[in-house]
Write a protein that binds this ligand. Structure first.
Ligand code: SAH
Length: 333
């Protein structure tokens, strides 16, 4: 967008053009610069030869027969596959956005870790997932989740730029309270988010309460100690006055015992938080099992009895490989 501003000056266009262009781009669903009908025709042509309106191409979509979840498949300018998941639930229309092609963090339970890291998505590509799905659905999503393929905080600059466009009154003007960013726990970037005053609902994939187990199941992000991670979360909660969500995957017989629940309830004491339990969603080739409904309920109760606000995340789009942790190599089918 800074480029657009510069281009306006080069072309000798008045400053108010920027607002016109933003309005077309963010608020109306146009396919080409040609449709920006209140701009002079030669200037529309000039814009068209200089910029690409949509950096992504929608290649196909698959709808879940179970719950209406839709998985969108896009191609980047270099043909790289990018998936976004649309999760309609009553009034709530959530989009789960991808931030990288592949993922370098290789969490042992996650399909995205099976796809080698290839590149970062640009802020424009992140934004375009929203714009193209809004157009396809003829409706603006109500909630955005930075929880698709990739580690959002490992693409800090582009992700925070996209958040600025999403929340800016000149952009999509969405409230930060409707944006959730999930990280595998990059401590320096969590501290930076707080410092840069980037406001989102922060969700941290904690998944284990002991350093040794966390390192084992999360070989890269596990390098930050559990306590250091909790400290960073606390700092973010304090600076933003917002509760931090701890995501906790439940892997049968791995991290679902009473001692885990007890330690978890102690670790997160002293600042606003909640816990989202995510029963493991099966990924082909990975060595884990989903715990029974009973043991999920038991774990939830252990936490609840200790005063922790705790919810269980329902899997969505299991049949089309769209539930948490399932955006994997299938993208490249
Ligand atoms: N890289 C970010 C976003 C990942 S996806 C992060 O790690 O937080 C969002 C959530 O799904 C994370 O909590 C992630 O750990 C979890 N997840 C990954 N694989 C899963 C699986 N197989 N079953 C259930 N949840 C999974």
């Amino acid at each position: 967008m800074e480029d657009v501003q510069k281009f306006l000056q080069q072309e000798g266009q008045p400053g108010f053009r920027l607002k016109q262009i933003y309005d077309w781009f963010f608020n109306r669903q146009i396919r080409s610069f040609e449709e920006m009908s209140d701009l002079p025709a030669p200037f529309r042509k000039a814009l068209d030869s200089r910029f690409r309106l949509h950096p992504l191409i929608l290649s196909r979509k698959e709808t879940s027969a179970l719950d209406g979840t839709i998985r969108y498949f896009f191609a980047g300018h270099d043909g790289k596959p990018i998936s976004t998941v649309y999760l309609p639930e009553g009034e709530r229309l959530s989009l789960c956005l991808s931030t990288q092609v592949g993922c370098a963090y290789r969490c042992s339970f996650c399909a995205s870790g099976l796809v080698p890291f290839q590149r970062q998505l640009s802020a424009a590509e992140i934004l375009d997932q929203i714009l193209l799905i809004r157009k396809d659905q003829q409706q603006m999503p109500t909630n955005l989740l930075f929880m698709g393929m990739g580690e959002p905080l490992a693409n800090y600059t582009q992700v925070t730029q996209s958040i600025r466009w999403i929340t800016s009154p000149m952009g999509l003007a969405m409230s930060p309270s409707r944006i959730t960013l999930s990280t595998s726990g990059l401590v320096p970037q969590i501290l930076k988010l707080a410092e840069d005053n980037v406001r989102v609902n922060l969700a941290i994939s904690l998944h284990a309460v002991r350093d040794d187990l966390r390192l084992k199941i999360m070989p890269v992000s596990g390098k930050f100690g559990v306590r250091e991670l909790i400290k960073a979360a606390k700092n973010y909660a304090r600076k933003t006055h917002a509760p931090v969500t701890f995501e906790y995957i439940l892997l049968d017989h791995v991290n679902d015992r009473l001692v885990d629940a007890i330690r978890l309830s102690y670790l997160i004491k002293g600042f606003p938080h909640k816990v989202n339990l995510i029963p493991y969603n099966p990924v082909e080739g990975l060595p884990y099992e989903r715990p029974s409904g009973e043991s999920v309920a038991r774990f939830q109760n252990w936490l609840r009895q200790r005063g922790v606000p705790v919810y269980v995340r329902k899997p969505k789009g299991l049949d089309i490989g769209s539930a948490c942790g399932q955006l994997g190599p299938a993208v490249q089918r």
